[in-house]
Design a protein around this ligand. Structure first.
Ligand code: XMP
Length: 514
């Protein structure tokens, strides 16, 4: 791993992943660690060039408040406290924290009074993102005040001699003007980190490590064709190619031409030297799904069938030493590696198979964020269609066809979706929409085509803007683009005579239909 490392001590804040991502955007490796897991010795072992204390929901002076060994202040390492982290730093060094007469939430004007330390380049009145009910009512000795707001007399403090910096606002969120510049200043200049974290060197060291670990062992990977498992396949192929078998199950619920695309990259004559097993399970799925209409029941059938097929294929291959998985860093953080609330447990198609013999799990992407995974994929020579692929649910089109799944409905939704994606790309909108797809509503309506009455399917178009997929808003797609998509779908896709645009945000909707 990189030599220059920033340790992010997680006190339970909402934006901790974002802090880690921002630091890595500076080209510096960072990790989020729960405060309760880190003794002073662990921190020394981590050998950080700088430490960031995150926000958190508690009061620094409260009983049992999240805290850290006071020896952290004697390590000679710069520390940046954010929100709760700022209050904790002030509290531990002898300052005073109180409940603020007025809480601050959201965009807040911060008057910057000292721009010589952390806040170089700040505006005189710098709009920042706040979220706090306590504040620093008296800074510790040796600190100067660098910023204030109308309701908060201490919005920033510093002890430059000792390398301690604290801000009440959140520099990591986009709403804070110059926030990224402040983090960059801390990481690159104050901590003196060299920007040595990039995917080219990550690929090189990972390939060496995987070779060393796997030796002559055999590795099995369930390849879904999504970004994460594709990048794992490419990485493992480069490291231990002929010892790797990728099993790709085409459940007949993939997007149009997707199976062929995956096969062309990973199969015979493709970019990599590995064993590629493609299982055409479409008919098997359509049979299993016949008559199943309840969303959870459909998901269950799809997930379980995937596991059964994977097990059957694994049995043919025989015992393997390692099972590889495309787990990425947000999956780990969200399953409670840090101390922020568990938001959702990681859901791949159905989880781990029970009857596959293997010694250990390999998760080479476990410390990477999504954008880093994509970058790594490019580094490894994966085509852009795979690297920039949008999230696609494990159950595939099964959750985009409302009600019963049939082969005909799959064909209808695949064709409509392909047109939608093509037009979004032509309009230059692909990069600005987080996820978009066509779904098939469970209704038929009356229409007229030529001089004839039709009674056909209605397609729903969905497009959302989101940063974390936990909440989302419908994207504002220009009317002319929607018109073009509608015209093409009703003209080119058999048995569709109506197109809807889904305006629903999440909540109350979800991104997928089921
Ligand atoms: P929802 O519909 O829950 O979707 O708002 C949020 C994000 O998760 C994706 N999604 C899934 N991904 N297996 C997955 O790997 C699943 O079962 C699954 N269900 C939803 C969805 O595409 C969106 O990006």
């Amino acid at each position: 791993m990189a030599e220059n490392r920033i340790l992010i001590l997680d006190f339970g804040g909402q934006y901790n992943q974002l802090i880690a991502r921002r630091v890595r955007e500076c080209g510096v490796y960072s990790e989020v660690r729960g405060y309760e897991m880190m003794t002073l010795e662990d921190i020394r072992q981590f050998d950080p060039k700088g430490i960031i204390f995150t926000g958190g929901p508690q009061s620094a002076y409260g009983e049992g408040a999240p805290s850290i060994d006071k020896g952290v202040f004697d390590l000679g390492v710069p520390i940046l406290g954010i929100c709760y982290g700022a209050q904790l730093m002030a509290h531990m060094l002898g300052g005073e924290i109180s409940s603020a007469p007025t809480s601050e939430y959201g965009r807040t004007e911060v008057t910057v009074t000292d721009k010589t330390g952390l806040l170089v380049g700040a505006d005189d009145v710098n709009v920042c993102w706040m979220s706090h009910t306590d504040y620093i009512s008296r800074p510790p000795e040796g600190f100067v005040i660098t910023a204030r707001t109308a309701d908060c007399p201490v919005a920033g403090i510093e002890n430059r001699e000792r390398g301690f910096y604290a801000v009440q606002f959140h520099p990591e969120v986009n709403h804070t003007a110059n926030g990224f510049a402040f983090l960059k200043r801390f990481v690159l200049e104050i901590c003196g980190c060299a920007p040595d974290w990039h995917m080219e060197s990550f690929a090189r060291t990972q390939i060496e490590e995987i070779r060393e670990k796997v030796g002559n062992g055999r590795v099995l990977l369930a390849l879904s064709g999504g970004v994460d498992s594709s990048v794992v396949a490419a990485l493992l192929a480069k490291a231990i190619g002929p010892q790797l078998t990728c099993v790709f199950v085409d459940h007949g619920l993939l997007r149009k031409d997707e199976a062929a695309q995956v096969a062309s990259v990973f199969g015979e004559g493709g970019h990599f030297d590995l064993r590629f097993v493609m299982v055409d399970a479409a008919q098997r799925y359509y049979k299993k799904l016949a008559g199943v209409t309840e969303p959870e029941a459909k998901r269950k059938v799809i997930g379980e069938e995937f596991i059964r097929i994977f097990e059957e294929e694994a049995k043919k291959i025989g015992a393997v030493d390692y099972l590889a998985q495309g787990t990425i860093y947000p999956d780990l953080i969200e399953s409670g590696l840090g101390s922020s609330a568990v938001i959702k447990s990681h859901h791949n198609v159905g989880g781990l198979p029970e009857h596959v013999e293997f010694r250990e799990i390999l998760e080479p992407l476990r410390m990477l964020f999504k954008d880093e995974v994509r970058q790594l994929g490019r580094e490894l020579g994966l085509p852009e269609e795979i690297v920039s692929r949008q999230p696609f649910p494990g159950p595939g089109l099964g959750v985009r066809i409302i009600g019963e799944v049939t082969e005909e409905k799959v064909r209808v939704v695949q064709d409509a979706d392909a047109i939608y994606r093509e037009e979004i790309a032509v309009a230059g909108l692909a990069g600005s929409i987080s996820q978009y797809f066509a779904a098939l509503t469970n209704m038929q309506t009356v229409g007229v085509m030529g001089d004839f009455r039709t009674y056909d399917y209605a397609i729903a178009l969905r497009a959302v803007i989101t940063s974390d997929f936990m909440t989302a808003e419908a994207a504002e797609i220009p009317w002319d683009v929607l018109q073009r998509v509608m015209t093409r779908i009703v003209n080119e896709v058999d048995h569709v005579n109506r197109v809807f645009y889904d305006l629903t945000s999440k909540p109350p909707g979800t991104v997928e239909m089921e």
